[in-house]
Design a protein around this ligand. Structure first.
Ligand code: 3HC
Length: 387
């Protein structure tokens, strides 16, 4: 297979321009594509700003201008992919749009070119049906912000060849990360949400319950954020990821995993009002002055409990193992740390299944959501051996 030199990123938003930036930093040529000049220009400007920051810190081996000279802009996908060795699609989470992108890429890119999707949740196998090269269609799932989060998931669609996956693993391993060594996880089965997003997905069912309860009781999002620890509080992270991304993901999971994932009232309202978080300047929080800072004066909501999130993720981790998405709980723990800076939940500290089963049953009682039913692998404790 040809060495990867020319990378095309389709979708110049937060994820797309992050993928473009790290590709440029290892000497590759990047074409940033979007449907409007203003979107491509904004993505390009973000990359340029990042490069200038790194240049000022002496962290680049070339000048920022030399690097940016390798970055092209385009609004014409068909001609942009003519010399592509790999295409990474990072457009809106809509299967029809993604399939259209895959089709155009397939019709216009060289035969050796790999077509990858950065989807958060959706089926790679289905996207590949829009092409005549399903063996070269794969998932490459990055985490936001791409230059700072270490994880990349490389995902097998049903027809992806080992060769395409190995090539993508090699490419992913070259991409720099500003905060430590990259962790590249091979995802063995094309299941909704893959590993990281899947394990954390049902926490969104619980979050939706909490958001709607807070809205009902008039509790502020700042107070709710004070309930959580970790790198980003719940509402800040939701805004950061994007309310649209969350909403589309929840709709997708509600169709593919369980109706319990249907977006709650608060998330639906924010989505319908176009309050999408960081990208629009308003979501749960106001982002016009940058990332919202914790406000201790708001007090605590005392609603969100970490023990529920841990039990939910442990149960879902066991489902991921049952389904063969990965074969080791150690991979799940590594993925959570590299993708979300979240300490592992499956290691020896948490493997008291009986206690977790009790917590899950308490959750079902509280929320009425049957998806929290403990799975067989959790109950049997056999997952502990799947190292
Ligand atoms: N180029 C160059 N430099 C950059 C840069 C860029 N693109 N982005 C950031 N930097 C620099 C900053 O300027 C800063 O430099 P300084 O130290 O000299 O000031 C440095 O990198 C660190 O940046 P921050 O101050 O923003 O970093 P923090 O220490 O605050 O950490 C964080 C930020 C790593 C994002 C942390 O808050 C975190 O871990 N949050 C959780 C994020 C998370 O969970 N992401 C996953 C979401 S889920 C997902 O993406 C999946 C998808 O499918 C939805």
């Amino acid at each position: 297979m040809v060495d990867i030199k020319n990378v095309v990123v389709v979708g110049a938003g937060q994820m797309g321009n992050g993928i473009g930036q790290v590709s440029l930093m290892v000497g590759l040529n990047v074409t940033l594509v979007d449907i409007k000049d203003e979107f491509v220009d904004a993505g390009y400007a973000n990359i340029d700003e990042g490069m200038k920051k790194l240049e000022a810190k002496g962290a680049l081996s070339e000048s920022a201008d030399d690097i940016m000279a390798r970055c092209k802009k385009s609004t014409d996908l068909a001609s942009a992919v003519k010399d592509a060795d790999i295409i990474i699609e990072a457009v809106v989470e809509n299967m029809d749009v993604k399939k259209q992108v895959f089709k155009t890429c397939d019709e216009n890119a060289p035969a050796h070119c790999i077509i990858a999707s950065n989807t958060s949740t959706m089926s790679i196998t289905e996207m590949a049906t829009a092409t005549n090269r399903p063996d070269k269609c794969i998932g490459m799932h990055f985490f936001n912000p791409v230059p700072l989060m270490r994880l990349i998931e490389v995902i097998y669609g049903e027809k992806s060849s080992d060769e395409s996956i190995e090539k993508a693993m090699e490419f992913a391993n070259k991409l720099p990360c500003l905060k430590g060594k990259r962790y590249i996880a091979k995802v063995l089965k094309d299941r909704p949400g893959f590993i990281c997003n899947r394990v954390t997905a049902p926490v969104q069912i619980y979050n939706n319950y909490v958001f709607d309860l807070c809205a009902e009781k008039g509790i502020s999002w700042k107070a709710l954020d004070n309930d959580t620890r970790g790198p980003m509080p719940t509402c800040v992270l939701a805004d950061y990821v994007g309310i649209d991304t969350l909403y589309h993901g929840q709709v997708y999971y509600s169709k593919t995993l369980s109706p319990d994932f249907a977006p709650g009232k608060v998330v639906s309202q924010l989505f319908n009002e176009g309050k999408l978080g960081k990208k629009t300047g308003q979501g749960f929080h106001d982002w016009s002055q940058g990332r919202p800072k914790p406000d201790r004066s708001a007090g605590k909501a005392r609603i969100m409990k970490l023990k529920y999130s841990i039990a939910i993720m442990l149960n879902e981790g066991c489902r991921v193992l049952e389904e063969g998405v990965t074969t080791s709980w150690e991979v799940i723990d590594q993925v959570l740390m590299a993708g979300m800076n979240m300490p592992g939940i499956m290691g020896p500290n948490v493997n008291n299944s009986a206690k977790q089963v009790e917590v899950l049953n308490e959750l079902i009682e509280m929320t009425g959501k049957k998806y929290f039913t403990p799975c067989d692998l959790l109950k049997s404790e056999k997952w502990v051996e799947m190292k």
